[in-house]
Design a protein around this ligand. Structure first.
Ligand code: NOJ
Length: 567
């Protein structure tokens, strides 16, 4: 296999609004991010995925773009961007951007022109219809078709009405988007994370969904779902509601074209799709380089060995079926999902389970994507005041709930706060001073800061603490860097018949490691047989261990121990 930089890189997602505020306006920016490159280098990541940094109306915090070829004024200038890119490259860190291709902002000049009349040059750049042709829903705010008085027509939006869908059946749109792609590649960026690629095309027959539900009904079901069974049912309903709006096969042709654009550039630029469908890898050479292993994330409550084992078995075989060149890509957290620390915690052993989460990310086969703040154990902050929500999808949900006069407003606000993605987007916690070192003192930050920055959940408090989560992250990142088997090795399960233990090997050329993780608070035995008796050297243990404790046939793992053995 021909390994490229992104096969072995560890990616770190920066959510620019919440990373570091360099100019004291309460909002993160490029000056702040550039100042933190040293931190990222020291942390040991290899590449950054930057969430959208373009001028935006911020109905969807950057995912509603007004100008694809510029920088949001609150984040700085194009010059600031170039300096950030140069600083990252200087530090040996690659940078990929977010390409939001399905939709623009309704304030983008393309849409402003398109909505003017039925016959202007951009009239056909968006998806228009004389009357709503079906019952499709938007996944953020109710009906997917919104009336536009200027044209006396309706436009389609899979997301909010402020995010009209581009018409990807129009070659001019395709051309314009590939020019956008070139603009940033010409500046030297290393690739793209492709936002919501599955939504580019809709069913050509505009087939209506056949459910008796609206988005509001499904959100209500979601808010009321408590058991795993109920939650699974809601996800199925969600999937059925949108099945004619996502996953159209024509996306493949576009991905092939996009790949050709990238391949014109030197430096192995790469594409990672915000989708879990391995079909987007094409034949392994002609579409995307990576798609995310989202199924691994789907566990509310602690991850279990069984969940990971099943996931790996399915995922690796799905990928192998697509092509022998396909490569896994694992993640547990991002700006759309609850924080890893509480999502996979049990409320009692969260600190230990957070170490297991990062150990999994860095020892399983595939390219890992980490999310800013995960490394210090940031947690969700539920905003219970609907007026403070910035995630307008949650505001919409709140407004829907309170249409019911029987609905208690406080209860509705809490539900909206839980559903909102603001909870996992709060500012990065750099130290224990006022505003957590994110913004200068006295500044009001764009989202409230999680008060737990005062309790050691901040970079400065953890940096010099040998037992902190941050120190653990750094250790694990260094281990991965130093062991080719962790970067490139084949994965092989070492079955234990014990539901509390996950044991596997990674082997690459002459280098092999055995990884054993105890997911429980009690001691657990791990047994070796056959060729695995060769693993006797302790490379790393999260517990205190004397070097000679590993015998030929078995060992005992301590509470939540993470152990790496070499030959
Ligand atoms: C996926 C992004 O991750 C999410 O934050 C955004 O709201 C939607 N796509 C729409 O762009």
């Amino acid at each position: 296999m021909d390994y490229k930089w992104w096969h072995s890189a560890v990616f770190y997602q920066i959510y620019p609004r919440s990373f570091a505020d360099g100019n004291g306006d309460g909002i993160g920016d490029f000056i702040g991010m550039t100042q933190k490159i040293g931190y990222l280098k020291e942390l040991g990541i290899d590449a950054i995925w930057l969430s959208p940094h373009f001028p935006s109306s911020n109905w969807d915090v950057g995912y509603d773009i007004k100008d694809y070829c510029d920088v949001a004024p609150e984040y700085g200038t194009l010059e600031d961007f170039k300096q950030f890119l140069a600083a990252a490259h200087q530090a040996g860190i690659k940078l990929i951007l977010d390409l939001v291709a399905n939709h623009t902002s309704d304030e983008h000049p393309w849409f402003v022109e398109s909505r003017e009349s039925r016959d202007n040059p951009k009239a056909d750049w968006y998806v228009w219809a004389d009357t709503p042709p079906n019952n499709w829903q938007s996944c953020f705010d109710g009906d997917a078709w919104t009336y536009c008085p200027q044209r006396d027509q309706y436009y389609y939006h899979f997301f909010m009405k402020q995010q009209p869908d581009l018409n990807w059946r129009n070659p001019e749109v395709i051309n314009a988007m590939w020019q956008v792609v070139r603009f940033w590649l010409d500046l030297g960026v290393d690739g793209y994370r492709l936002d919501a690629i599955g939504t580019l095309y809709e069913d050509t027959d505009l087939t209506p969904h056949s459910l008796p539900y609206s988005l509001a009904d499904v959100r209500k079901m979601e808010g009321d779902a408590i058991t795993t069974e109920e939650q699974t049912k809601v996800s199925q309903v969600f999937g059925d509601l949108f099945k004619f709006q996502v996953g159209h096969p024509d996306v493949h042709d576009r991905m092939k074209e996009l790949r050709l654009v990238l391949d014109e550039y030197n430096g192995d630029r790469m594409l990672v799709g915000e989708d879990e469908n391995p079909d987007y890898l094409g034949n392994g050479q002609d579409e995307l380089h990576l798609v995310f292993n989202f199924p691994m994330m789907r566990s509310d409550g602690p991850l279990t060995p069984m969940h990971i084992i099943n996931n790996q078995t399915q995922r690796l075989s799905q990928l192998a079926n697509v092509s022998s060149a396909s490569w896994p890509c694992n993640t547990l957290g991002n700006h759309d999902s609850p924080r890893v620390y509480n999502r996979y915690g049990d409320g009692k052993h969260d600190a230990e389970l957070a170490r297991i989460s990062i150990a999994l990310m860095l020892t399983l086969k595939g390219t890992p994507f980490l999310y800013n703040g995960e490394e210090i154990g940031m947690t969700d902050l539920i905003i219970e005041d609907a007026g403070l929500l910035r995630d307008t999808m949650a505001t919409w949900y709140y407004n829907e709930m309170v249409k019911d006069p029987k609905m208690d407003k406080l209860a509705a606000a809490r539900k909206a706060g839980i559903r909102s993605r603001d909870k996992n987007r709060t500012p990065m916690q750099w130290n224990d001073e006022e505003n957590a070192g994110f913004s200068a003192k006295g500044v009001t930050t764009w989202l409230p800061i999680n008060p737990n920055f005062q309790n050691g959940i901040n970079v400065a408090s953890q940096e010099n603490d040998p037992n902190s989560l941050l120190t653990f992250y750094k250790k694990m990142l260094r281990l991965r860097k130093n062991h080719p088997a962790l970067k490139f090795g084949e994965y092989d399960l070492v079955p234990q018949g014990n539901e509390k233990v996950f044991c596997f090997t990674r082997a690459f050329q002459g280098n092999a490691l055995l990884i054993a993780i105890n997911f429980s608070a009690s001691q657990q035995k791990v047994q070796f047989a056959g060729k695995n008796t060769r693993f006797r050297t302790i490379i790393f243990s999260s517990a205190q261990r004397a070097p000679n404790e590993v015998t030929k046939s078995e060992l005992v793992l301590g509470s939540f121990e993470i152990l790496l053995l070499g030959e």
